[in-house]
Design a binder for this molecule. Structure first.
Ligand code: VG1
Ligand code: CO
Length: 543
């Protein structure tokens, strides 16, 4: 068994986005394509000979083939050991957990997250560093640069290895350890949350539904919710990972998690509902006939954090991505702890977590997490909510209403305009940027623009600056519009419009969200010319 050196030519356009490299499966299956990326990555890493690498993915189509390629390339490049999830499965947060628990050099996660899977759909690959978090920009930029002048890669010339049985084998000089993908993760969760109280709540008849969306969290949810916590069998739906996610978008929002949403807003609704995305790092949380916005979820968990044993000593700080509503900031202010505003993408939280500046982090895009790993973590958020519910013995809705009474409510919505022609989207953002100086002072009915900018972030730990992270339009009344282009789409461009309006008065906490935000929706359209430029009338997805 010998390492083969294969001559190759670079592929253009392998630029990784906010979460690694995402392309159509067809693109990934071109000869040498995946290999080029993996070799470019290994070429940019130093001192990994003999160390461990963690590998796993969300189980989507091409996951298994990709795992085999990576195993053979890791062996040919000199890794000492690869820890791979059984069947090639590891959720993103579990991969982060395994990297940290075993002191691995880093990890490769195969996923395109919420993007659909299947032979004609999406695939993705991302690299996580030794702290368990997504590779920082300087690494992804280096990999991209390397992929543009790569001329050869190393791979072992050997048959595929069995990854379906837990155990250890060798591949060339490298050890392949097939691990239970749930074990380390479940053990970590038990240290953070009051499993006994949650178990008692289920025993008393508390009902929940968890929609794994035929993606990676199925095995985790079955083992933890129905197994360790004793939730009734059937609590987990769509719990079997499928290569095409059953033909759905594994995106836990009101649009895509329709089966769960129908039940939670239906006649015999359970007490609590939740869903997770393709790779298990996102979460949607629902009470009986009640939707919790991700921004509110972060704020409520922060305000109630000390109810969970893992956070009983309090929080160091709270970080949120820029487009996330400012609900969490008010909790941080009340707790007297730091509040951080970062660009979209979990990698920007890494330094804050490592430096002990923040404990909880969240994104409006259904991502919540903490310093227990270095990724957002869907099931963690669900368990955190269960812990809060078990401790407070109140319905989700009552908890939210009390929270709004104490802190005010942020009406919030995101409108996604998907698959816009790239040239149109780019021109729209360029024109918006150019118009920024003219915006302050402009009036639209009762709404006057107080400030407008293109968000730039200076990392408080390493001083690095990330600019052009989204157009922010702030109104004198405190309302806000944010517009930015998605970095994770695989088809054309996606414009994301984030709308937000603060309402301190509890007598006005029962309004319809879209109606309340309607003036802002109209202003965003007027300023950016969305309908005129796209020729469309409504956003593709509204959450
Ligand atoms: C989206 C979300 C962002 C998230 C990113 C990765 O990015 O808006 O908040 O961090 O997806 O999420 P964008 O650039 O398309 O807006 V995922 O679940 O990879 O897991
Ligand atoms: Co995800």
């Amino acid at each position: 068994m010998s390492a083969k050196i294969v001559a190759t030519t670079p592929f253009p356009g392998q630029k990784p986005g906010t979460s690694g490299l995402r392309k159509k499966v067809k693109t990934f299956r071109q000869p040498h394509y995946l290999e080029n990326f993996v070799q470019s990555l290994f070429d940019c890493l130093e001192g990994f000979k003999g160390t461990s690498l963690v590998v796993g993915g969300d189980g989507r189509f091409f996951n298994r083939e990709a795992v085999q390629i990576i195993l053979k390339m890791a062996a040919a490049n000199g890794f000492g050991r690869v820890m791979v999830g059984q069947g090639g499965i590891l959720s993103t947060p579990a991969a982060s957990c395994v990297i940290r628990a075993h002191g691995a050099y880093g990890g490769i996660v195969l996923s395109a997250s919420h993007n659909p899977g299947g032979p004609d759909e999406d695939f993705g690959i991302k690299y996580n560093i030794g702290n368990g978090g997504p590779a920082p920009e300087k690494v992804t930029e280096a990999v991209y640069a390397r992929s543009r002048d790569i001329s050869e890669y190393r791979i072992l010339d050997t048959p595929d290895i069995d990854i379906d049985e837990v155990g250890t084998a060798t591949l060339g000089g490298m050890i392949v350890q097939v691990i239970d993908p749930v074990e380390d993760y479940a053990a970590l969760m038990e240290t953070l949350f009051d499993f006994q109280a949650i178990r008692a709540m289920f025993a008393e008849g508390f009902r929940m539904r968890f929609d794994a969306m035929s993606a990676v969290t199925g095995p985790y949810a079955h083992a933890i919710l129905e197994g360790r916590l004793g939730a009734a069998p059937g609590t987990v739906i769509n719990g079997q990972p499928k290569e095409d996610f059953g033909g759905h978008h594994p995106d836990p929002n009101l649009v895509h998690a329709h089966e769960l949403v129908a039940e939670i807003f239906g006649p015999d609704a359970p007490d609590f509902g939740a869903a997770s995305d393709g790779d298990g790092d996102r979460n949607m949380v629902l009470g009986r006939r009640f939707y919790v916005t991700p921004s509110d979820s972060l704020a409520v968990l922060a305000a109630n954090a000390t109810l969970a044993p893992g956070y009983a000593r309090g929080l160091k700080g709270i970080a949120r991505s820029m487009p996330t509503s400012r609900a969490a900031d008010r909790v941080a202010a009340k707790l007297g702890i730091g509040a951080f505003e970062t660009p979209t993408g979990w990698k920007f939280f890494g330094n804050l977590l490592d430096a002990g500046l923040a404990t909880l982090c969240g994104e409006e895009s259904f991502g919540t997490g903490s310093d227990h790993v270095r990724e957002k973590d869907g099931l963690w958020a669900v368990l955190f909510w269960l812990n809060v519910l078990a401790a407070r013995q109140q319905p989700v809705e009552a908890i939210l209403r009390e929270h709004w009474s104490a802190y005010g409510r942020d009406y919030y919505s995101r409108h996604d305009w998907e698959a816009i022609e790239t040239t149109i989207a780019d021109a729209m953002i360029a024109d918006l940027r150019a118009s920024l100086p003219t915006l302050p002072g402009q009036r639209f009915g009762a709404f006057e623009i107080a400030a407008a900018d293109d968000f730039a972030y200076t990392d408080p730990v390493d001083g690095s600056v990330t600019s052009r992270q989204g157009i922010r339009i702030l109104f004198a009344c405190g309302a806000r519009i944010v517009m930015r282009l998605s970095g994770t789409g695989t088809e054309g461009a996606t414009l994301r419009v984030y709308l937000e309006r603060f309402e301190p008065d509890p007598a006005r906490h029962d309004l319809d969200t879209q109606e309340t935000l309607a003036p802002l929706i109209a202003i965003a359209d007027q300023i950016a010319g969305i309908r005129r430029r796209t020729g469309r009338e409504v956003a593709t997805v509204i959450t």
